[in-house]
Design a protein around this ligand. Structure first.
Ligand SMILES: Nc1nc2c(ncn2[C@@H]2O[C@H](COP(=O)(O)OP(=O)(O)OP(=O)(O)O)[C@@H](O)[C@H]2O)c(=O)[nH]1
Ligand SMILES: [Mg+2]
Length: 418
């Protein structure tokens, strides 16, 4: 069911419905019928018009559906009224997304984040849930719980929300400490629309196992891997949860700490499925979510993925567009074609080189390897050979500085805190 008020392009509306069908599939549902209505302004009572609501009821009956999913967000009252008309459970897109997250969350943190988002979504809708429950049970001798029950439930949920918030704060603190221990290393975070290929890219870049699936929201936890770029350049790359249009804002809020990894990153790799018919809208959605999270000021590299699916003409068309409209660096890659990934590695190396610190370092003369690294990755400004030790003044990238600090006998005499 879709009633896009702003996007009047029917092709886009269809694309949204197709995505909703994929979400339904991911949640384990099966689409039996699709109903559309074009609306200038939704009805406050039932969102769709009265006649359309009647039609929906007919469709539910004839198709045997036991659930109606709206592509647009419904108010608690609209949901309740629609359930009354259709006699089945009514959900909206945010609720469906919450449901998917709930079934797919694996780590303890992700599970707590989803539960928090679900409870916050549920709270204003409690009354409706209860009336629905009592109705589906037939209602005979099973009147809906009175206000007292509702109040008890509200209080219980309120307590649980406070509890989850506290636990999540603790996890966030632990994460913060872990992050500090990685300070000095160069970090990138993969962000982007769901299914764009973020995990596939991490797998291809790091050569390690990362879960990939042709389903929406395959990844819910952030995973960090070391990626070797060659020439001694190493960096940490974090995979993050994908974005989607109309992402429930409770969910975004509760995943904030997972996305903290992105906030700490030196660069965001915005991965785009260049072969998707809705590519441009997906790019915009990601830009909006990043702005919501106040991450839009981070340096970004646009990573146009899945170019193996593009014709040369399509690839050129996208490149022309980017040249005309974007000032951000962009690379064209395919996670399935390792030979294309050199472009991304080069872009990352360039980013690393851009972050140089001027430092004075004393190192054992026998540590030829460290010296070679300094010459290769840094800019040596001064060098003083003192027999057993060598002192150099050098501009080095942050990441190298982190690694050098761990070498035995190497002393950072000054600098490094710029
Ligand atoms: N043809 C092609 N398919 C790709 C490419 N990269 C990823 N895919 C496929 O796209 C699907 C999604 O890939 P993932 O890496 O799981 O995408 P993701 O961005 O991590 O998705 P979420 O974790 O769900 O947000 C999988 O079926 C991949 O095999 C590519 O470069 N070319
Ligand atoms: Mg993924």
């Amino acid at each position: 069911m879709s009633a896009p008020p702003r996007e009047l392009d029917p092709r886009i509306a269809e694309e949204h419905l197709e995505e909703l069908a994929r979400l339904t599939d991911t949640a384990g549902g099966q689409v039996t019928a699709v109903v559309r209505q074009r609306l200038d302004s939704p009805s406050p009572k039932t969102f769709i018009g009265q006649g359309k609501a009647e039609e929906l009821k007919q469709v539910v009956e004839s198709s045997g559906a036991d659930l109606v999913i709206f592509d647009e967000e419904l108010s608690p009252a609209q949901g309740k009224n629609l359930e009354q008309v259709t006699g089945v459970r009514v959900m909206d897109r945010p609720e469906l997304i919450l449901d998917i997250f709930a079934t797919r969350a694996r780590s303890k943190e992700a599970r707590m984040q989803v539960e928090l988002a679900q409870l916050e979504y549920l709270l204003p809708r409690l009354k409706r849930m209860w009336s629905h429950l009592s109705r589906t049970r037939g209602g005979i001798g099973l009147r809906g719980p009175g206000e007292t029950q509702l109040e008890t439930d509200r209080r219980l949920i309120g307590t649980r929300i406070a509890d989850l918030r506290k636990k999540l704060r603790d996890v966030a603190r632990a994460r913060e400490i872990q992050r500090q221990s990685r300070q000095g290393e160069f970090r990138a975070a993969l962000v982007g629309y769901t299914n764009a290929g973020k995990s596939s890219l991490l797998r291809a870049l790091s050569g390690s196992e990362v879960f990939v699936e042709d389903r929406l929201f395959a990844t819910l936890d952030s995973t960090t891997r070391t990626v070797e770029l060659g020439d001694g350049y190493d960096m940490l790359v974090t995979d993050t949860v994908g974005f989607i249009r109309k992402l429930p804002h409770h969910l975004v809020a509760s995943f904030r700490s997972t996305l903290e990894e992105a906030r700490e990153a030196d660069v965001l790799l915005h991965v785009i499925d260049s072969s998707h018919p809705d590519r441009e809208e997906q790019e915009e959605v990601v830009a909006e979510v990043l702005a919501d999270l106040e991450l839009d000021d981070r340096p970004q590299v646009l990573v146009y993925n899945k170019i193996d699916r593009l014709t040369h003409a399509e690839e050129s068309a996208i490149k022309d567009r980017i040249r005309a409209f974007s000032s951000r660096p962009a690379v064209f890659v395919s996670a399935h074609q390792p030979e294309t990934l050199g472009r991304l590695r080069d872009a990352l190396k360039a980013r690393m080189r851009a972050r140089l610190h001027k430092v004075r370092i004393e190192l054992p003369a026998r540590d030829g390897e460290a010296l070679a690294l300094l010459y290769r990755q840094g800019e040596v400004i001064e060098r003083d050979d003192r027999g057993a030790t060598i002192e150099v003044v050098v501009r080095v990238p942050d990441a190298l500085l982190g690694r050098l600090r761990q070498r035995p006998g190497l002393v950072l005499v000054e600098g490094g805190e710029e």
